[in-house]
Design a protein around this ligand. Structure first.
Ligand SMILES: NC(=O)c1ccc[n+]([C@@H]2O[C@H](COP(=O)([O-])OP(=O)(O)OC[C@H]3O[C@@H](n4cnc5c(N)ncnc54)[C@H](O)[C@@H]3O)[C@@H](O)[C@H]2O)c1
Length: 437
């Protein structure tokens, strides 16, 4: 593939920035990607990709000649006009989005650079307007990112929609951004809006998905009381095209770097305007309580958890990623230890990232090793390998073959046949069949 036009600039090579850099290179563009962490830049220059994301390492290696990683802002500004800003916007203690990294980038760009700041970081509505006010010489385009960790490369290359928001005066800049995405979809999939609407589309989308999750989790909790199965209920609900079947999987709550912070940022954004976003307050509360329900389920079977050995299967906030930000496993392990339990854990890829965050949790190097001698297991992350585990052999090794399936991932009948007492979320508990000798 031949190289196209001028280089694309990327600021911040974390999950979003690295995928953006790799995918634009794959589309044939030269890319200059800048990060402030020298070790990260050095590693990427050597071809070492520290992020676990299917297809990403191969894509970066395949396009190594088209991507330059640098710590230098000057090199970036000299080589690229469109600057895709992908720096982190973590939550502050109050739940607002912390925009200090975004502001640092703007400060480095100076008064008038002739550059286009393309905001991919998730920022509260109004951010673009305030940057334009501070830096009238800068063109500004909001281009929020919707990729999901675990399928980030595929999501970038096959987006449901690309949102390009610009205000009066920045039409040419928005055209240039839209042109970059043109090969990825049919006309119409690129949604042109004003900046504030683009910013709101991102926050509202994540808040809506989080709401769907908290809603089905509450339905699951009621299902447990009335003898219904939430999987069946979700199937019946999802068949209605007005509802749709996605994000109706009950479990132990959402986590990750986006939903918790974006829901809270939207709630705070509304609050700062004087509007109390009642619904989101409940969405957040339901999610927090859901993570803790596992403890009650274990106590129902085991009584006090003091001295009980509990195996956590999966630590990452979801499968196919090693991202531990706001993972349910963090809250759960702390709660279990708070109840006096001994916690052992296994994750196929996240142990390296998780270990410094879970210093008092014993890390096992296989699922079977984690289950050995355990009084119960909790499936926290639905990694494919857990479905293929020899559960009958695992049951033999456990002190008590009891499992709380926090993602409704395993087949309750098969688990009972393997000798397990099985508890899901919103499913009826199944005792293991009594062995006939
Ligand atoms: N991770 C996701 O799944 C996802 C999806 C959609 C949107 N987003 C949003 O995208 C943004 C980035 O998220 P992420 O998960 O990639 O974050 P991240 O923490 O993985 O990466 C951010 C990177 O920016 C770098 N950085 C910080 N300040 C910088 C500066 N001044 N110049 C250059 N680099 C700088 C950091 O060193 C880091 O490498 C956030 O606003 C997030 O909400 C994330």
């Amino acid at each position: 593939m031949s190289e196209r036009g001028e280089a694309v600039g990327v600021i911040g090579v974390g999950w979003v920035g690295l995928v953006t850099a790799a995918c634009f290179a794959e589309l044939g563009h030269r890319v200059i990607a800048r990060d402030i962490v020298p070790e990260k830049v050095e590693a990427l220059t050597r071809g070492d990709v520290a992020i676990h994301e299917p297809g990403l390492t191969e894509m970066i290696h395949r396009n190594a000649e088209r991507i330059t990683f640098t710590t230098s802002m000057e090199e970036l500004l000299e080589g690229a006009r469109l600057l895709f800003t992908c720096v982190d916007t973590p939550p502050t203690y109050s739940g607002d989005a912390d925009l200090s990294r975004v502001r640092a980038v703007v400060a480095e760009l100076g008064e008038d650079s002739g550059h286009v700041l393309v905001m991919k970081s998730t920022v509260p509505a109004g951010t673009g307007e305030s940057i334009r006010r501070d830096r009238p010489g800068l063109s500004y385009v909001s281009c929020p990112e919707f990729l999901k960790e675990g399928t980030a490369v595929a999501d970038f290359m096959h987006p449901d929609r690309v949102v390009v928001g610009a205000d009066a005066g920045d039409e040419e800049a928005a055209d240039a951004v839209a042109a970059l995405y043109a090969p990825l979809g049919e006309e119409g999939e690129i949604l042109r809006t004003d900046v504030a609407s683009a910013e709101m589309i991102k926050l509202a989308s994540n808040a809506f998905l989080a709401t769907k999750i908290s809603f089905i989790n509450e339905i699951a909790n009621v299902c447990e009381e009335v003898g219904a199965d939430v999987g069946e209920v979700a199937r019946g609900m999802g068949a209605d095209t007005r509802i749709g079947s996605s994000f109706l999987r009950a479990g132990i709550g959402y986590g990750g770097s986006c939903f918790p912070k974006d829901v809270s940022a939207l709630k705070m954004l509304a609050g700062n305007t004087g509007y109390h976003f009642q619904l989101l307050t409940s969405v957040i509360e339901v999610n927090e309580l859901q993570k803790r329900r596992v403890v009650g389920k274990l106590e129902k079977h085991l009584g006090s958890l003091i001295g009980k050995r509990i195996a956590l299967l999966g630590l990452a906030f979801k499968p196919d990623t090693d991202d531990m930000r706001e993972a349910s496993s963090l809250v759960l392990s702390a709660r279990l230890q708070g109840e006096g339990a001994e916690v052992v854990a296994y994750d196929p890829v996240a142990v390296e990232r998780a270990s410094p965050m879970l210093t008092s949790v014993e890390m096992a190097d296989s699922a079977i090793a984690a289950l050995e001698g355990a009084d119960a297991a909790v499936l926290v992350t639905e990694w494919g390998e857990f479905r293929d585990l020899d559960w009958a052999a695992a049951a033999e090794k456990m002190a008590r073959p009891l499992i709380v399936d926090g993602r409704n991932f395993l087949d309750p009948t098969a688990m009972a046949a393997a000798g397990f007492e099985y508890e899901g979320i919103g499913r009826q508990a199944r005792p293991a069949p009594t062995k006939v000798s």
